[in-house]
Ligand binder design. Structure first.
Ligand SMILES: NC(=O)C1=CN([C@@H]2O[C@H](COP(=O)(O)OP(=O)(O)OC[C@H]3O[C@@H](n4cnc5c(N)ncnc54)[C@H](OP(=O)(O)O)[C@@H]3O)[C@@H](O)[C@H]2O)C=CC1
Ligand SMILES: CC(C)=CCC[C@@H](C)[C@H]1CC=C2C3=C(CC[C@@]21C)[C@@]1(C)CC[C@H](O)C(C)(C)[C@@H]1CC3
Length: 462
């Protein structure tokens, strides 16, 4: 049965269905490409490029055999042990979610994305979520330390040696989860009504909706009291925790190869990225107000982002350093530490300022002295402090940290700079999408706000 008021049928984003098909093919190929183009013995262009080894598996040289080449290539990356390890990791996280105690928090009103008139009254309830990701990672840390003390680095070398198999395993999980949630989105809720669908993933075009994500909050039970939400579970656990574990595996490989030492550049990457992940898990509940949870559907794009893209591509710097160790000079270290500290300070204090303002209101003691403007929607907008400098100053802080994680790799190859380059594109695009959402929600008030806060991300630059 259709929903009343109905789920909106949106306009295409991401270049529509051709863009969606491209994502299905190109995103996995980028992850494979980053592996094949940057690994020990096969070079990382241009400085370490040994052309005779070839950079990319022979796919696509002859268009007539493209499909079979691609299939043979995928088969060659299959690794049963890696698949078992990745699957055991997923099952372990799933069990931890239920077994480890945690408090329950409420999200925002479901489906009322940004107060847009199109979606306003689709529900009047908030879903519940369990918060225990930090405890899960603490348990994993205890297990890792215990293994390290009893067996040394040997068991962790698996992560480096089976990296390509782990990529394929993560892609199998990505497609399995994406297909499941797509089919699940058609099953009516407990009232026999169509489920609440994402505003961006309900176009009626099957491939596009599969990629963008049809359902807003796929869950096993539609009851607001149940806490297992597939998107929320996957948002902060497999990707972020997997990223740190892979980094650790790369550091173990370097320790093994260098005969019992790791470089200061590897320490910097390990410490800063682990810190970022622990900080995100510490602030687990804050993810409930991000665009991913409140606005975007859960489909191939996010499943791939969290199960494959994030752990496999974000660990590139550590993988590079395992292959090509860098010993940083004191000046190099200082540059890296300063970039990280400035980035983190902007990122955390800007996000904190907005969270406090939204959560406790303008009159709360922690928000004293902050200037804001009233809007017709009833929601207030900060116009001083961090949010008075640029409309997404928090993105700038996040990007500076991304840069700080690549700088330890030196300048011999551009490949380890993949993360800050891709991240800049993602954040600029994300800012445009958020701007569109806010313009719909705040109307003329948003234009007024933009006149007061002129810069989008970096004051005086963009
Ligand atoms: N590491 C990674 O790969 C990624 C990290 N991120 C990070 O995630 C974090 C969350 O990002 P995201 O969800 O995109 O967006 P933001 O945290 O920037 O939130 C945007 C929302 O904040 C509200 N808002 C905007 N301006 C103001 C203002 N002046 N005063 C008060 N509220 C305002 C609006 O919502 P409303 O008014 O409706 O409340 C707007 O939609 C960021 O720090 C980002 O860097 C994001 C993507 C990838
Ligand atoms: C097209 C393409 C490459 C899509 C993939 C994008 C995803 C990798 C990112 C989209 C939004 C993300 C967020 C985080 C990780 C990357 C993805 C999934 C995030 C979990 C990182 C940690 C942060 O503290 C966060 C929780 C705010 C953040 C949420 C968004």
């Amino acid at each position: 049965m259709k929903r009343t008021p109905p789920n909106p049928h949106p306009e295409y984003e991401f270049l529509g269905p051709p863009g969606a098909v491209a994502m299905l093919i190109v995103l996995p190929l980028i992850t494979y490409g980053l592996y094949y183009n940057c690994r020990s013995g096969f070079g990382c262009p241009p400085a370490y490029w040994d052309a005779k080894d070839g950079l990319w598996p022979k796919v696509g040289s002859n268009p007539a055999t493209y499909a079979s080449d691609l299939w043979n290539f995928l088969l060659s990356t299959w690794d049963t042990d890696a698949f078992m390890v990745y699957s055991a990791f997923m099952v372990f996280l799933f069990v931890c979610y239920f077994v480890i105690p945690g408090h329950v928090v409420e999200g925002t009103v479901v489906g009322g994305v940004g107060g847009s008139p199109l979606t306003k009254d689709r529900s009047n309830y908030k879903l519940k979520y369990k918060v225990n990701a930090l405890r899960t990672v603490m348990l994993i840390a205890v297990l890792v330390v215990a293994t390290l003390m009893t067996k040394g680095v040997e068991p962790f070398l698996f992560l480096h040696g089976h990296f390509i198999g782990l990529i394929t395993a993560s892609l199998v999980w990505t497609f399995a989860v994406a297909i499941f949630v797509y089919i699940w989105s058609f099953i009516p809720d407990s009232n026999g009504q169509e489920k609440i669908l994402a505003c961006g993933g309900n176009t009626g075009n099957k491939i596009y909706d599969f990629v963008l994500g049809r359902e807003l909050n796929p869950r096993f039970s539609a009851s607001p009291d149940s806490t297992f939400d597939i998107k929320y579970f996957i948002e902060l656990r497999p990707g972020l925790i997997g990223w740190v574990l892979l980094n650790f595996g790369m550091a173990c490989q370097q320790y093994h190869d260098l005969g019992g030492r790791i470089t200061n550049s590897m320490v910097a990457v390990l410490v800063f990225e682990t810190f970022y992940v622990v900080d995100s898990l510490w602030n687990e509940a804050a993810v409930l107000t991000t665009m991913d949870i409140t606005t975007d559907g859960f489909g191939f794009m996010l499943a791939n982002g969290l199960l494959t893209w994030l752990p496999m591509n974000y660990s590139l710097q550590a993988r590079f350093l395992a292959a090509y160790p860098v010993d940083m000079s004191m000046a190099h270290c200082l540059l890296v530490v300063m970039t990280q500290c400035v980035g983190y300070y902007i990122f955390r204090s800007a996000n904190g300022q907005k969270n406090n303002f939204r959560r406790y209101g303008a009159a709360a003691p922690q928000n004293k002295g902050l200037k804001y403007m009233e809007t017709a929607s009833g929601s207030k907008l900060l116009i001083s402090g961090w949010w008075g400098t640029a409309r997404h100053i928090n993105y700038f802080g996040d990007w500076l940290m991304a840069l700080a994680w690549s700088l330890p790799c030196g300048l011999a190859s551009p490949i380890p700079y993949f993360y800050p380059i891709y991240f800049a594109v993602l954040l600029i695009h994300r800012e445009l999408r958020d701007e569109e959402k806010c313009r719909k929600k705040y109307g003329k008030d948003w234009d007024k706000y933009c006149e007061i806060v002129r810069w989008r991300i970096i004051p005086y630059i963009y």
